[in-house]
Design a protein around this ligand. Structure first.
Ligand SMILES: C[S@@+](CC[C@H](N)C(=O)[O-])C[C@H]1O[C@@H](n2cnc3c(N)ncnc32)[C@H](O)[C@@H]1O
Length: 204
């Protein structure tokens, strides 16, 4: 598959889930659980949920989870998995916060995995997350540390990971408290290893 196709999520949705991505989701879910005290009364939104790997890994730990994604192909696969699992605690919505108005619903937790680097205006997205959280709610965001651009290859319009200090500053500027960025896991891609952080912050 040519590199530019890496961001064609509709085309990749059917083949998205594999053992490596399932393991990554389990590692990120474990990091989220270590970082934030979760409980089944919490409502949650996964932003850029794709096929819902991370939401499935956090099922039961929190309450109702809404899986948001802008790719119809990803949403269709997530819907199929939810139906197969008879998972009445999971639902899927079409949401692109760079395009859509802010939804009226508020959540106790917003989490995402490997989605931030696809969004041009990350400070704006963090502001939207802050608006969508209930007081006391948390964001938990896993993404790539700064990399040399080799993850997606040349000419792909994505962030080449993030400086942790920049992300922390954007969280604070968006109004969050207790912003922290810590090691989460590593992932292998095209024979190279990339480090992934987990950023957490609270709305108070
Ligand atoms: C690299 S994939 C990660 C999917 C999933 N989180 C995972 O790790 O398996 C990025 C996901 O973000 C979604 N996405 C990209 N830009 C988005 C946006 N502006 N709003 C909502 N979803 C977006 C894509 O459709 C895709 O499903």
């Amino acid at each position: 598959m040519p590199e530019a196709r890496l961001t064609d999520f509709d085309a990749r949705a059917q083949q998205w889930d594999d053992a490596q991505k399932v393991r990554r989701a389990e590692q990120v879910a474990a990091a989220v659980r270590r970082a934030v005290e979760l409980h089944p009364a919490m409502t949650a939104l996964e932003y850029g949920a794709g096929t819902g790997l991370l939401s499935f890994a956090l099922r039961g730990v929190v309450g109702q989870i809404t899986l948001a994604d802008s790719s119809a192909g990803m949403r269709a696969v997530a819907e199929r998995k939810i139906a197969a699992a008879e998972a009445s605690d999971l639902r899927v919505i079409d949401l692109d916060l760079t395009r859509d108005p802010l939804p009226a619903t508020h959540y106790d937790l917003i989490f995402s995995m490997m989605t931030l680097h696809h969004v041009a205006d990350v400070p704006g997205l963090l502001g939207a997350f802050h608006s969508m959280l209930n007081l006391g709610g948390w964001v938990c965001l896993a993404d790539l540390d700064t990399e040399d651009g080799s993850f997606h290859g040349p000419g792909v319009p994505v962030h080449h990971g993030f400086e942790r200090s920049a992300l922390r500053s954007w969280l604070v500027a968006a109004g969050f408290q207790d912003a922290a960025v810590q090691d989460c896991c590593t992932l292998e891609h095209h024979g190279r290893e990339y480090s992934v952080f987990l950023a957490t912050a609270r709305k108070s």
